[in-house]
Design a protein. Structure first.
Length: 280
């Protein structure tokens, strides 16, 4: 008799085997199992692949000659594998506010109520958290097909009680990781923070940069803010800057918050939100 083989796929090899047995209407004792692919969960569900198995039906056993018929055996349904632990649902990004900014080098995202619920105890010291965050960032960049290295350090944050972990990516042709107005870089930073905070179960302020881009950008914006402030003082007329993302607006606010003759305020909504510099 020719053996019959069938392939099945599912999120895990156990689920694929169970589905195959269900479709074939047989128990485990009637098949030979070959694992074709273990499957992969990918990174945060990105790039995941299903497991594949091949089930080959064994010939049905022939009844013994002249044997009295036996009651039909009760075939137990295959036991489903224990469910995998659910991946924690990603934290939804909060509405953009002036104090809820995270992307300028040396500045952190204020803690939310959920962050306060984290346990402050952890088996990892600060240096180990820096190493963990660097490994996660490097794996993310490698999955993007880019070759880079990560320099990890700690920086004091004057606006926070704790220092920030600063991860700087170095390598060739990494400009694509910055994106328009640093949007790609902001997304990478958000993902690294999410993964590290879920791992260590406590708030960790992490800043991700590429070739020192944020330092250079922050310096240019601060100089521009001072020039525009001088213009406002000279002309007596307010100046409205072009729309900026939240992290860049924060740099302007900080640069001018102690200015003796001008003050700043934000106007507009969403992507059109911008800063005005006004005479006191």
């Amino acid at each position: 008799m020719v053996e019959q083989s069938h392939e099945f796929s599912a999120k895990s090899k156990e689920a694929a085997i169970e589905e195959g047995l269900r479709q074939l209407g047989v128990g485990l004792d009637r098949v030979e199992i070959e694992i074709l692919h273990e499957g992969s969960r990918g990174l945060l569900g990105i790039g995941s692949t299903n497991a594949r198995v091949r089930l080959t039906l064994r010939p049905a056993p022939k009844p013994a000659a002249k044997a009295a018929p036996l009651p039909a055996p009760v075939v137990a349904a295959p036991v489903a594998p224990p469910p995998l632990a659910a991946i924690p649902k990603e934290i939804e990004e909060a509405d953009e506010e002036e104090d809820d900014l995270s992307l300028s080098a040396g500045h952190s995202l204020p803690r939310s109520d959920d962050d306060e619920a984290y346990d402050d105890d952890s088996d990892l010291d600060r240096d180990e958290v820096v190493a963990l965050a660097g490994e996660m960032l490097l794996e993310m960049v490698t999955l993007m097909g880019l070759d880079a290295r990560v320099e990890g350090s700690q920086r004091d944050d004057p606006d926070e009680k704790e220092s920030a972990i600063y991860l700087n990516l170095l390598g060739d042709d990494l400009g694509a990781l910055i994106g328009r107005h640093g949007e790609t870089l902001a997304s990478m930073q958000y993902l690294v923070r999410l993964m590290v905070n879920q791992k260590v179960h406590r708030w960790t302020n992490i800043v991700v940069d590429v070739e020192g881009y944020k330092d250079r950008r922050a310096e240019k914006l601060a100089h521009m803010a001072l020039r525009m402030a001088d213009q406002v003082v000279e002309t007596g007329r307010p100046v409205a800057l072009e729309p900026m993302p939240a992290n860049e607006r924060r740099i302007i606010h900080i640069a001018l918050r102690n200015h003796p003759k001008v003050y700043t305020e934000s106007t507009g909504e969403d992507t059109r939100r911008k800063i005005q510099i006004l005479l006191k």
